[in-house]
Design a protein around this ligand. Structure first.
Ligand code: PGA
Length: 240
């Protein structure tokens, strides 16, 4: 795994942006695998600015998102569909019909998992962007998720509910279940960029780089990927 440690969050975002920009410019029909959360916000701002000031076009880009809360639709401000629109899609010239995410409101969850899984088999990510949970999760693949997992519904770990409660009015409002790409879907990407910022990610980043490759720490599967880059700030990389 290639490792880039930057002085701060903004420089971490810049490093990831350079790779995304090169891909989008060299292949305007690329498939981007995208993530939500605080970590990629700087990257999405740089992509939005690049479109606005330099005209880098996303007209023919397709995107697939990692995960979505069960029970939240795209009009709910806490949904990941809403997040993607707010922080990226509405700021660039992407065709919204080319942006894909699980439907949090799907009644038949099994069917929805199958639908999204089939879609991912057709749309292989040229680059997959990832954050990392403080417990080592990637997307919502919590500790002990099978390395062979595909799209599924997951019961969120208590630590994830606690971490994500900062974005809700109270911890009781955090959904307990989510749809998520499985680890196999993530590993299918041609290139993976995992970003991490802040000291609360330091232990997970240490496990990612030096820990035993085990389902107990889902991110460790990334060491089996042939083109994975870790980009983290010096706080997140402080135990390396
Ligand atoms: P964060 O979440 O970017 O908000 O820290 C990352 C994750 O939980 O995967």
């Amino acid at each position: 795994m290639e490792i880039i440690i930057t002085d701060n969050y903004d420089l971490m975002s810049e490093e990831a942006f350079k790779l995304v920009k090169n891909l989008v410019r060299s292949n305007p029909n690329s498939v981007l695998g995208l993530a939500t959360g605080s970590t990629p916000l700087g990257l999405y701002k740089l992509m939005s600015d690049d479109y606005n000031y330099n005209g880098t076009s996303y007209k023919n880009i397709k995107t697939v998102n990692l995960d979505e809360y069960v029970g939240l639709g795209k009009d709910n401000v806490q949904s990941y569909a809403y997040f993607m629109n707010k922080y990226l899609f509405k700021n660039i010239d992407i065709n919204l019909n080319n942006t894909y995410i699980e439907n949090g409101l799907a009644i038949d969850k099994e069917k929805e998992c199958k639908r999204y899984n089939n879609l991912l088999n057709e749309l292989k990510q040229d680059i997959q962007i990832l954050g990392i949970g403080s417990n080592g999760h990637i997307a919502f693949n919590e500790p002990f998720t099978s390395f062979d997992s595909v799209v599924h519904v997951v019961k969120l770990a208590e630590s994830t509910i606690k971490d994500n409660s900062r974005l809700f009015n109270s911890i009781d409002e955090v959904p307990r279940y989510a749809f998520t790409m499985g680890l196999k879907n993530i590993m299918n990407a041609k290139k993976i960029i995992i970003m991490a910022s802040g000291v609360n990610k330091a232990k997970a980043v240490y496990e990612l780089v030096h820990g035993k490759i085990t389902e107990e720490v889902p991110c460790t599967i990334l060491r089996n990927h042939k083109d994975c880059i870790l980009i983290c700030d010096k706080e997140a990389g402080s135990l390396l």
